[in-house]
Design a protein around this ligand. Structure first.
Ligand code: ADP
Ligand code: MG
Length: 694
């Protein structure tokens, strides 16, 4: 349960004075729903209103606070586009105050002729006339001190003014409670950091541009808080996983040998090395927690199978959790014949298994008839019980949270955990997502792979591409056509894909298929199956095919608006081809003008096929903050911390978290209690559950 002291922060923004439904709706568009979201919405700039020149000296474009006398009103003529002008002056010259679509009564009340007023806003020089449109402040001279000398500037959204947002944030700051200090006193003193409430207040009240920098004490402290919460939560989960009594699984290798004998190829050196590491881990009495990083097509699936066979050889069961239905089916389909060769029983369980068929699977699982269960998150549903789960393999981990991982492992005793990811993440960054898991890397690709020939083509040449695809289809090729990513919205992705599908179908007829994320899983699988079997030759898709889909016969990948994709994603998409023995091609269609970064991304794609190099380049081009912030990376998004600047804080936070837990494992001391509040403040509620039940 969230501590009472935080209640006001987690209340809806409408509980704040002066924040009504309309403002709330605007805020919601920026992801701000609760008071705490307002607090984390930090200014990106500041306005200095201390500049107070005479009218004559007020430069174009500067923010200034001027004292002027009102001369005459020139109301806007009815209909017409001309604004309402109020002529004002001081002893140096004249200035027009300009209002578009403004309320006459309001203007006359604010600026009576003959009165002296202090105005503050942006000065413009328009056809030789000094003017200020819609001043931010219009006050009587005696109220001048109501104009803040310095004002924070926030990211806004259409319809929301800075004034309204600042008011809401001020109200939010007023409700911010004093919180018991969770920082280690010596550390705080060394850094010279303010307490939390001072820090959040100061972060919203910059009085020098350097206060906007991530290194400013207020911001650094808040970032540290966030990283500490992140590391503490991970440490709790890790403790929890480590505390589980592990079991030693040693297989005699007979099942693995059968599978290897059934393979038409030999394992690569890296596959062998990783399997050895896994076997060693599993043979230890502690529970395994290992991450396998390997580029697309490096053969992780096979490694997963062989690892699962260790558990089976040792008399236990294994589970493989995949992020999507398509992938779960594909894994089951690839692994089934190999499992059969080994005489091992493998089954598939997804959300689509219902009623009797599901019951039958669950029964076989509970009785031990099934050795290996492959599936989607349907695997972690409450009533899925194993006879004896020994190893959980989690594929493409970044789509799963730590909790799903834990849920799956709680279905067995001393379950070993193997996580597989195709995103090669630098170690510092992976710390925020995985804590300190043991890491294995598969770098070597299976032999015989021909690099995918990659070309970048301007969108204006779409017709040529369409014609070339037509020729390729005639000669029996199979191709993917991936449609642009439109903002973050899946519906618009889908619309783009549907339009392209219609257009291509009009040209090539029934050999064109379509898959997108909004389709029913059954439909999507049917289309994928048609593509895999060659009944469909051209598959138009949204990025649903990004992860892991394996159709070795596909040799062409067309990506429309490639400039909108991140490098990692382009690499993943391209990895869908070049999986068979045939030469493959990737056509990156782009629409200009290209940003410098987009140009660099496309160049990198042309130049290299090496996932680790691409990951590094990606990091360089985007900076770790962005890599972390994007959905596709699957790493946690931070509200305040920015690892481009706060990487050193992360390392400290990690040590801090581990030390705090080792001294006070249940977080019961005074500092422990404060750290609990910190976890709630950053919404790591789930981690606290592990603490209580642990
Ligand atoms: P990943 O999951 O890492 O993207 P996969 O496990 O899907 O890669 O493997 C890609 C393809 O490579 C599959 O068709 C698989 O059968 C094949 N493969 C795996 N290991 C080898 C190997 N050692 N030699 C040749 N082909 C391999
Ligand atoms: Mg895979």
């Amino acid at each position: 349960m969230r501590p009472e002291i935080l209640y006001p922060l987690f209340a809806q923004v409408t509980t704040l004075p002066g924040v009504g439904g309309r403002t709330a709706a605007h805020l919601a568009r920026m992801g701000i729903a609760r008071v705490v979201d307002l607090l984390w919405h930090l200014p990106t700039g500041m306005v200095d209103r201390r500049h107070s020149p005479r009218v004559k000296d007020a430069g174009d474009g500067v923010i200034a606070t001027l004292t002027v006398e009102v001369a005459r009103h020139h109301p806007a003529p009815p209909r017409g586009r001309r604004p309402y002008r109020v002529k004002c002056f001081d002893d140096s010259g004249t200035i027009d105050i300009v209002f578009f679509h403004a309320n006459r009564d309001y203007i006359q009340e604010m600026l009576p002729e003959g009165a002296v007023r202090v105005i503050s806003g942006k000065v413009e020089h328009f056809h030789g006339q000094v003017q200020m449109s819609h001043p931010d402040y219009i006050l009587r001279p005696e109220d001048r001190d109501r104009i803040p000398a310095l004002e924070p500037v926030y990211p806004l959204t259409a319809g929301l003014s800075g004034k309204v947002l600042r008011k809401a944030i001020t109200a939010a700051l007023d409700t911010a409670p004093d919180l018991q200090e969770w920082l280690e006193p010596a550390h705080q003193a060394r850094q010279g950091w303010p307490d939390w409430r001072r820090a959040i207040t100061a972060a919203h009240a910059p009085d020098h541009p350097r206060h906007l920098l991530p290194e400013s004490p207020a911001r650094a402290r808040l970032a540290y808080d966030e990283l500490l919460a992140n590391q503490l939560a991970l440490a709790l989960v890790r403790e929890r996983l480590r505390k589980r009594k592990g079991r030693a699984f040693t297989g005699d290798g007979h099942l693995r040998r059968r599978v290897e004998d059934a393979l038409p190829f030999a394992l690569t050196g890296d596959q062998r090395a990783v399997l050895e590491e896994i076997a060693e881990d599993m043979a230890r009495p502690e529970a395994m927690l290992r991450l396998v990083q390997g580029d697309v097509g490096s053969g992780k699936t096979l490694v997963a199978l062989l690892a699962m066979l260790i558990a089976v050889e040792a008399g236990a069961q294994a589970a493989l959790l995949a992020p999507t239905e398509i992938l779960a089916r594909q894994h089951a389909a690839t692994l089934a014949p190999l499992a059969a060769a080994a005489g091992v029983r493998l089954a598939l369980l997804t959300g689509r298994d219902k009623g009797k068929s599901r019951r039958a699977i669950l029964d076989d699982l509970a009785s031990g008839e099934i050795d290996i269960l492959v599936g989607t998150h349907a695997l972690i549903e409450r009533d899925v019980a194993f006879r004896d789960l020994g190893l959980a393999v989690i594929d493409e981990q970044h789509r799963f949270g730590v909790h799903q991982r834990l849920k799956l492992t709680s279905k067995g005793r001393g379950v070993d955990v193997l996580v597989m990811t195709a995103t090669p993440i630098p170690r510092t960054l992976s710390l925020t997502a995985y804590g300190d898991m043991d890491v294995s890397r598969i770098i070597e690709k299976p032999p015989g792979r021909k690099p995918v020939e990659t070309r970048t083509i301007p969108a204006a040449r779409l017709d040529d591409v369409v014609a070339a695809i037509g020729r390729a289809l005639k000669s029996g090729a199979r191709a993917y056509w991936v449609c642009p990513l439109v903002e973050e919205s899946e519906t618009s992705d889908m619309a783009a894909a549907e339009a392209r599908y219609k257009a291509l179908k009009a040209i090539y007829g029934d050999q064109v298929g379509l898959v997108h994320g909004k389709m029913k899983a059954a439909e999507r699988d049917a289309v994928m199956a048609d593509f895999a079997a060659g009944r469909i030759a051209l598959l138009v898709a949204t990025t649903v095919i990004e992860v892991g889909v394996d159709v070795p016969e596909a040799t062409i990948m067309v990506i429309e608006h490639a400039e909108r994709f991140g490098l990692a994603q382009l690499h993943q998409l391209r990895g869908r081809v070049g999986r068979g023995g045939d030469r493959s091609t990737c056509l990156l269609l782009y629409a200009g003008p290209l940003s410098e970064t987009a140009r660099a991304r496309l160049r990198t794609m042309r130049e290299t096929d090496d996932g680790f190099r691409i990951a590094e380049e990606d990091l360089r081009l985007r900076g770790p903050g962005e890599v972390l912030g994007t959905r596709q990376s699957g790493l946690p998004e931070f509200r305040i911390a920015d690892l481009a600047h706060h990487e050193d804080l992360l390392a400290t936070a990690r040590k801090d978290a581990v030390l705090a837990l080792s001294r006070d494992p249940k977080l019961e001391s005074a500092r422990g209690q404060a750290l609990r509040v910190l976890l709630y403040l950053f919404e790591r509620d789930a981690a606290i559950r592990y603490l209580q039940s642990g």
